[in-house]
Design a protein around this ligand. Structure first.
Ligand code: FAD
Length: 440
């Protein structure tokens, strides 16, 4: 089988890639191993993520499906603060906006079905290995079909949208995969019903906002409403702390929901977990050289930092949007002889995620300065970052401020257009390779 573009993974990154490619006149093939609907974590959208959904023409459908409307995120630490969802109008003035919380089984299915309805071909199977030519360029992918048979799909471009499976990195096609700055963390999560929501008139007291709670560094909880009754709850902590407790995941989660912050406890008068308790350890990583001849890795397939301010869905869908016109240009002959035909795309994505990384690190390392910047000094610039405006007009004065506080320089030159994996508190000297991670 031959196609211009093959996409590994039919999650939001793969489905958005397909829809943006179709807007460019290219009908791709999507390979997805799971049968949808399937469970997935990652339920809160940033403002600009909602913007991408609207640009795909799905805003009305989202309203019809009654996904909870998010007006912002409220953070409870020693004090509480709120960041509203705001967009920029044509004159670049801030204006109120809303976005959504999504049950991923529903949202991901909608996205994939829409991509197929618009002209993508869906193949139900597991991508097993990339096909390479003599020079190492990616020329397609081998797929194990549901009946066990193997099929080669030849492509001009392969988009890796496989999420944390990092298909091309695992196959050794990309540069090395490094542990990320938030390695050795674990997220443990489930759902509750009938928690106490805010019910106010102002944007910061809307019932479906995201709430974040923390007391100690790197130890926090989320509250993301999924419908009028159900709220997704999760606790993120160092994995060593979880292991020390010697509790089951459900026991750990229940105890933490009551001990982590008094405000969180207040909101859950009757604590019963109504969904399986799941966990994801070691979600933080970074892949170097994630674009190259015949391939682009999108979203989680090349980098994920930390879920605290809900950027994952946005990054994957925005990268899909940025990639589509570049793929079209490549198919039309642009950069065919370049070492890395998608080098510009790669550096754009890296710079954007670096803005996020430095913001998150600023939050944990300098919480009081962070709160001051959000409230007073750079309120509008921080509203931009929280919404996801991380690719243009960045690094802003606020982000430059974090970099000074963190004593971190970011340089991008033509020789090494990837941002440097910066290590972590466990490995301050360098970021270790993914294969070197200890078992959890
Ligand atoms: C604890 C935690 C909480 C999070 N919370 C949020 C949040 O609140 N908001 C937010 O925006 N993000 C959040 N995220 C991040 C979010 O889940 C991801 O960024 C997002 O799902 C990435 O979408 P994707 O399409 O790139 O990958 P995925 O959604 O993972 O989709 C990848 C798809 O590829 C398929 N696949 C993989 N390998 C193969 C293969 N070999 N062959 C065929 N198919 C394959 C998989 O079955 C899957 O359907 C969170 C992440 C974690 C770890």
């Amino acid at each position: 089988m031959k196609t211009d573009v093959a996409i590994v993974g039919g999650g939001p990154g793969g489905a958005a890639s397909a829809m943006f490619l179709i807007q460019e006149g290219i009908k791709p093939v999507i390979i997805e191993k799971e049968t949808f609907p399937r469970y997935h974590i990652g339920e809160s959208m940033t403002g600009e993520c909602g913007g991408v959904v609207r640009q795909l023409g799905l805003g009305d459908e989202m309203l019809k499906r009654r996904h909870p409307i998010k007006h912002g995120v409220k953070v409870y630490g020693q004090h509480s603060w709120f960041v509203p969802v705001m967009a920029r109008d044509a004159s670049y003035n801030l204006m109120d906006q809303t976005t959504w919380q999504v049950r991923r089984s529903d949202f991901d299915r909608m996205m994939l079905e829409e991509a197929v309805a618009r002209g993508a071909t869906l193949i139900h199977g597991q991508a097993t290995r990339p096909l390479l030519d003599d020079e190492g360029a990616v020329r397609g992918v081998q797929v194990k079909m549901a009946d066990g048979g193997l099929v080669d799909i030849e492509s001009e471009v392969l988009l890796d949208c496989s999420g944390q499976k990092t298909f091309l990195a695992q196959a050794g096609v990309t540069g090395p995969k490094y542990l990320g700055h938030y390695d050795k963390q674990i997220a443990i999560f489930s759902q509750i019903a009938n928690g106490i929501r805010d019910d106010g008139e102002t944007r910061d007291t809307q019932p479906d906002n995201t709430l974040i709670f923390y007391q100690k560094k790197y130890h926090w909880a989320w509250w993301i409403p999924l419908d009028d009754e159900v709220v997704s709850v999760g606790v993120v902590s160092p994995a060593a702390y979880f292991l020390e407790q010697k509790e089951s995941k459900a026991e750990f989660l229940k105890r933490e929901l009551y001990e982590l912050h008094s405000e969180l406890k207040r909101r859950i008068p009757e604590l019963e977990l109504i969904e399986e308790t799941r966990s994801i350890p070691n979600y933080s990583f970074q892949v170097k050289r994630f674009c190259g001849k015949g391939f682009i890795c999108i979203g989680d397939a090349h980098r994920f930092i930390d879920p605290i301010f809900s950027f994952g869905l946005y990054v994957t869908m925005k990268e899909a949007q940025y990639a589509a016109p570049r793929v079209r240009a490549y198919l039309e002959g642009a950069n065919r002889d370049a070492d890395n035909p998608f080098a510009e795309h790669q550096v754009l994505c890296e710079k954007g995620i670096d803005v996020l990384e430095d913001t998150l690190d600023g939050f944990w390392e300098h919480p009081f300065t962070f709160a001051y910047l959000v409230h007073a000094r750079h309120r509008e610039l921080m509203v931009d970052v929280f919404a996801g405006r991380i690719y243009e007009n960045q690094p802003s004065e606020a982000v430059e401020g974090f970099r000074r506080l963190l004593k971190r320089e970011r340089t991008y030159d033509s020789e090494d257009i990837y941002s440097l994996p910066i290590g972590s508190r466990y490995h301050p000297e360098r970021a270790p390779l993914w294969e070197e991670r200890p078992p959890i």
